[in-house]
Ligand binder design. Sequence first.
Ligand code: SF4
Ligand SMILES: [Zn+2]
Length: 358
Amino acid sequence: MSKPSPEVYEEDRGMDAHNSVMREIRGLKEKHYDPHEPTRVWLDEDNTPGGVYDSLTIILNTGGCRWARAGGCTMCGYVAESVEGGSVAHDALMDQIQVCLDHEADNVDEPAELIKIYTSGSFLDEREVGAETRQAIAETFSDRERIVVESLPDFVDHEKVTDFTDHGLAVDIAVGLETATDRVRHDCVNKYFDFADFEDACATAQDAGAGIKAYLLMKPPFLSEQEARDDMVDSVRRCAAVDGCHTVSMNPCNVQQYTMVNELFRAGGYRPPWLWSVADVLERTADVDAIVVSDPVGHGSDRGPHNCGECDDRVQKAIKDFDLRQDPSVFEQVSCDCERTWELVIEEETSYAMPLAR
Ligand code: SF4
Ligand SMILES: [Zn+2]
């Protein structure tokens, strides 16, 4: 298993170039955030192995991802939302949780059955969220049904998971795997771990009574539309085949500030995926033995997954319907002339640069 320090991440991995570019881009950030306020909080619903639940989703503002400080992933702007100084104290994190509970109480009558906690990195990394805070959060939500916490595979271990299962909570660990293909994860996403590490985390989680929710990234930079689509079809299948991985959340890349993807986008070298590609992957993998969902962020905009501008809302709605019902026939009900353009893109786009003259 990889050890989480910047030096080891980079050592012999050929990742120095990506990291040095990402460090420079992230160095441009100027935003500062209050450590007593969560990054975001909202109420929605989500499909889980226990059924569709009302959910309270929390993005805790922690010290930010360690990997991001080494340079980090090519598409990730999360560190731009982190607090200065690199860590947030227990009391401040619990203040953030209280803000989220107040938001819930102000907006709904019944507390949500499902709590989802994401951070600007890994909730199970004790440098972001210490044991005291983790245990206090488990206690705070012990009256709910289910909790999802986000973590890189390195930090998944038995005791951290049982802090939650001991309270009778059903637990899912959300892992940002991005793709099942090691080469794409290393070279296009600049993420350091291997699929084998993900498999180990699944086994550890399962042993501690938890499940895994794999997060996949559709269309990192440097892939053509077809390569991106095929990589997702293969990745959904490989994740669904791993014991303990009961849900796959396949999310299209969007262009965030202070990222390499943003630099490529501004230079005309990147387009977020088509929503047709998202629908295509969901349709092609509807037979797998796992819940497969997608939550396209910023759909219909240049910086988010988009089609022609006319059909984006309809295709997005079909994707959201699919998330809740897992029925691929929802996609038969949407069509648009731009599907032909998308088909041509799938056939003809290449990921290498075309020469301008022969
Ligand atoms: S995607 Fe995750 S691992 Fe990568 S830099 Fe962002 S927070 Fe860190
Ligand atoms: Zn269209």
